[in-house]
Design a protein around this ligand. Structure first.
Ligand SMILES: *[C@@H]1O[C@H](CO)[C@@H](O)[C@H](O)[C@H]1NC(C)=O
Ligand SMILES: *[C@@H]1O[C@H](CO)[C@@H](O)[C@H](O)[C@H]1NC(C)=O
Length: 276
């Protein structure tokens, strides 16, 4: 009898120490359907989904295991080949041939949301990266409101039309409009832009006219590999996150204006209004 009671006490204690999963609420405010994709880090627990379809105006909440790290993005202009049944996207394709990405990452250019949940010091680290180029505007919004932390980050401006000509990803039928904007590293494979070889340190890899195009439009996002530390944001572990694709830039900025998140850079550069 005593043993059974002891067993129940142990089960009770184990259940108390279990950490609650958190959630990502993914929303599509874009004009068209998008297909979000997820890639978990090598040592990270798997997610319940690695990719799904999200119609215009819809949201989906995904349960995220504790201490997860990885990235997410959204694919655009996807279709299924009627003959082979293979699924493919014109931007940010993960190459799985299916809606689920199943361990494959995004083919650049793609706007990336990067997360390390419950990292150093019990903090979540997150950023929006344009290091691999850009395909859609994106906002990461921690649901926790903490003074001096849990800042909103993202790239709220539509950069596909404004993309410098030599970085523009054009597709058949896109009539010069562009469906994504490549990084200078991808477009020119130059170590200067890729921060590789002789340029593989923060001191030797400098911003370029191309990375500054991204930085000026989206001051809080990573614009090249050694962009300064103002591009990584932190929140105490346990927060839920909203990830919004194509958020309305000025309403978002207004809504977020009251959050005292301590971020030094603006979310939207007002002098870049002409890009809209
Ligand atoms: C964070 O990670 C530590 C181990 O590194 C673990 O003990 C703790 O329960 C985790 N907390 C949450 C909220 O996931
Ligand atoms: C805003 O854009 C202008 C023009 O491109 C640029 O000179 C300025 O540095 C940008 N501001 C920020 C905070 O990035």
């Amino acid at each position: 009898m005593a043993r059974i009671i002891l067993l129940f006490v142990i089960i009770f204690l184990v259940s108390l120490s279990e950490v609650e999963p958190i959630t990502f609420k993914i929303s599509n405010r874009c004009r068209n359907t998008i297909w979000p994709g997820f890639l978990s880090g090598a040592t990270s627990p798997p997610l319940p989904t690695t990719g799904f379809r999200l119609s215009r105006g819809k949201s989906k909440t995904v349960t995220i295991p504790p201490s997860w790290s990885g990235r997410l993005w959204a694919r655009t202009l996807c279709s299924q080949d009627p003959a082979s049944g293979s699924f493919a996207c014109l931007t940010a394709d993960c190459g799985s041939g299916k809606v689920e990405c199943s361990g494959s990452g995004a083919k650049p250019p793609a706007t990336l949301a990067e997360f390390t949940l419950n990292g150093t010091g019990g903090l979540d680290f997150y950023d929006v990266s344009l290091v691999d180029g850009y395909n859609l505007p994106m906002l990461i919004l921690p649901k926790k409101i903490v003074v001096g932390g849990c800042g909103a980050t993202g790239c709220l401006v539509d950069l596909n039309a404004a993309c410098p000509t030599d970085l523009k990803l054009l597709t058949r039928g896109s009539r010069g409009g562009g469906v994504a904007c490549r990084s200078a590293c991808e477009a020119f494979s130059d170590p200067r832009y890729c921060c590789s070889d002789a340029y593989a340190t923060p001191d030797t890899c400098q911003p370029s006219v191309y990375s500054l195009f991204f930085k000026h439009a989206c001051p809080r996002a990573y614009s090249y590999a050694y962009d300064d530390k103002t591009s990584t944001y932190t929140c105490s572990t346990g927060a839920d996150y909203a990830i919004i694709f194509c958020p309305p830039p000025y309403t978002s900025e207004k809504l977020l204006g009251s959050r005292k998140d301590g971020a030094t850079l603006p979310l939207v550069n007002k002098s870049m209004i002409h890009l809209q």
